[in-house]
Design a protein around this ligand. Structure first.
Ligand code: ZN
Ligand code: ZN
Length: 145
């Protein structure tokens, strides 16, 4: 993957790419922790720099839901979206809502050529739903559970 993006293959780059691949949506600290299991002594700055280079090269996608730190994933180029838990910050992938990118047609594109749409679905993850009370499901008109 690195060679395909014309990036020099270095151990930190391989380790960071591997960490992002095995821990999708990990933040910088989580990536650092995973990388250090392989490469002890790698600095925070080194990991940060590698993440920036990989993101710029398009090998890694950086997402940053409002109120969250930046997170990284190796699933790139498919215009998928994310569902984020308001309570604990858990993130999961959501495939394109309708067909191909951009899967949402702008009501007014203002003459822009639209390449992709980035949607964040905000909600409550199953774990947080299970620990909260049943008041949500008791609301009239809610039939989704
Ligand atoms: Zn949650
Ligand atoms: Zn994702």
């Amino acid at each position: 993957m690195l060679r395909g993006a014309s990036l020099r293959v270095t151990r930190p780059r391989v380790a960071v790419l591997g960490a992002v691949h095995t821990h999708p949506h990990a933040d910088t600290d989580a990536v650092l922790g995973a990388v250090r299991e392989e490469l002890t002594g790698v600095s925070h700055q080194a990991v940060y720099d590698v993440l920036r280079a990989l993101t710029a090269a398009g090998l890694v996608r950086r997402i940053q839901p409002a109120g969250s730190v930046a997170r990284y994933e190796s699933r790139v180029g498919d215009n998928h979206h994310h569902v984020v838990c308001r309570s604990c910050g858990a993130i999961a992938d959501v495939d394109c809502a309708v067909g191909h990118a951009p899967c949402l047609t702008a009501s007014d594109d203002h003459g822009f050529v639209v390449h992709e749409a980035e949607v964040v679905y905000w909600g409550t993850c199953p774990d947080c739903s299970a620990t909260s009370t049943d008041e949500e499901s008791a609301k009239p008109g809610r039939t989704h559970r």
